[in-house]
Design a protein around this ligand. Structure first.
Ligand code: NAD
Ligand code: TYD
Length: 354
């Protein structure tokens, strides 16, 4: 495969994946399609934007004229699809935006790939791949400690976000089963690391601790998430893209469960230490607020299949990854200011629409 389309490459996970692929595969052309919503920032890719094997296209995955043309013009052989609306709280406020991008957008990509690759009949699918990046949230919520989501766990989404991701996963499988489209899906646990938009727990709270702002803990802070360093996710995607079995699903996670409140306490300690503040000085920022509606209690991924079949395992211990992440946000305050100010977006709108 030579010409790879990555959707959502200006977002958090997408930018790490684009960087990895551009640097690791100089003989591939990496085409990054992104609408540049509030969550997409080209600044995340400044270090590779001039690479000869990289091209950025601003556009919407729902655009039924753009996608078929883009596939044809760039002779796309492989698609790694990450573009999505990704924040649960936003999905509760505006579920339609999630149905549109996550479901209709995915369907538009699937249909366009099927039509383009399928022009040469069934043989046209040979050597092609549609890789759909999904989430563990499609599996619902685990109540009991010691139980895990496996690839066989029944889908049971609760939030509009997870419902839209579940629907898109079903469409991907339907295109495989109905039309023979070569697909693969991965479902990953919560990611953390650099370049994450500060509306998700970890970057939001690091930023708030730095600025002495309240830390809004939903409910009692007892919900459990399974955290994975974003670069380990990108490595897993690369591996599955090249070595995964067509038609299969792979769960990705680090066996790294944390109760929110315990994680928040570690974040406070780490930020205070790195800022040279006396220990405990930011503890009083913890503020318990009304719980998120339909808040899933616990996520925990069993990634044994990925480990056994493809030899993947996370490279970083959580404490090390968190320390690295906190340092990155402290060293990149300007990035934080720009992505939250709106100025940045206006700047790039101008750059790419001129
Ligand atoms: P993100 O919100 O940081 O980035 C999403 C990107 O998609 C942005 O660059 C945005 O501009 C782009 N985008 C949104 N709508 C678009 C549209 N209609 N057309 C083109 N581009 C559009 O998200 P993320 O956290 O990087 O997540 C990426 C993918 O990984 C998503 O599919 C998400 O469901 C999945 N995922 C995320 C996590 C996590 O912890 N963040 C975990 C598992 C799976
Ligand atoms: P989040 O980063 O939004 O990821 P997700 O909901 O997809 O798991 O939230 C992680 C956990 O942190 C989740 O249990 C909700 C909780 N949370 C808070 O307690 N306060 C906050 O302000 C945010 C954003 C999240």
């Amino acid at each position: 495969m030579k010409n790879i389309l990555i959707t959502g490459g200006a977002g958090f996970i997408g930018s790490h994946l684009v960087r990895l692929m551009v640097n690791k595969y100089p003989h591939y052309n990496i085409i990054n399609l992104d609408k540049l919503t509030y969550a997409g920032n080209l600044e995340n890719l400044k270090d590779i934007e001039d690479s000869p094997n990289y091209k950025f296209i601003k556009g919407d995955i729902c655009d039924t004229a753009l996608i078929p043309k883009l596939l044809r013009d760039n002779k796309i052989d492989g698609i790694i699809h990450l573009a999505a609306e990704s924040h649960v709280d936003r999905s509760i406020k505006d579920p339609f935006a999630f149905a549109n991008t996550n479901v209709i957008g995915t369907l538009n990509l699937l249909q366009s790939a099927k039509n383009y690759w399928g022009e040469a009949g069934k043989e046209g699918f040979e050597g092609k791949l549609f890789y759909h990046v999904s989430t563990d949230e499609v599996y619902g919520s685990l109540e009991q400690e010691g139980t895990f989501f496996t690839e066989d766990t029944k889908y049971d989404p609760h939030s509009p976000y997870s419902a839209s991701k579940a629907a898109s996963d079903h469409f991907v499988r339907a295109f495989h089963d109905t039309y023979g489209l070569p697909v693969v899906i991965s479902n990953c646990s919560n990611n953390y690391g650099s370049f994450q938009f500060p509306e998700k727990l970890i970057p939001l709270f690091i930023n708030n601790i730095c600025n002495n702002r309240a830390l809004p803990v939903y409910g009692k802070g007892e919900n459990v998430r399974d955290w994975l360093y974003v670069e380990d996710h990108a490595v897993a995607i690369d591996l599955i893209f090249h070595k995964g079995k067509t038609g299969d699903t792979y769960n990705i996670g680090g066996f790294n469960e944390w109760r929110n409140i315990d994680l928040i306490k570690v974040m406070i300690k780490t930020v205070d230490r790195l800022l040279g503040r006396p220990q405990g000085s930011s503890d009083s920022l913890i503020t318990y607020v009304t719980d998120r509606a339909g808040h899933d209690l616990r996520y925990a991924i069993d990634s044994t299949k990925l480990n056994k079949e493809l030899g993947w395992s996370p490279s970083l211990q959580f404490e090390e990854g968190l320390e690295k992440t906190v340092r990155w946000y402290l060293d990149n305050k300007e990035w934080m200011e720009r992505v939250t100010s709106g100025d940045y977006q206006a700047y790039y709108e101008q750059m790419y629409n001129r």
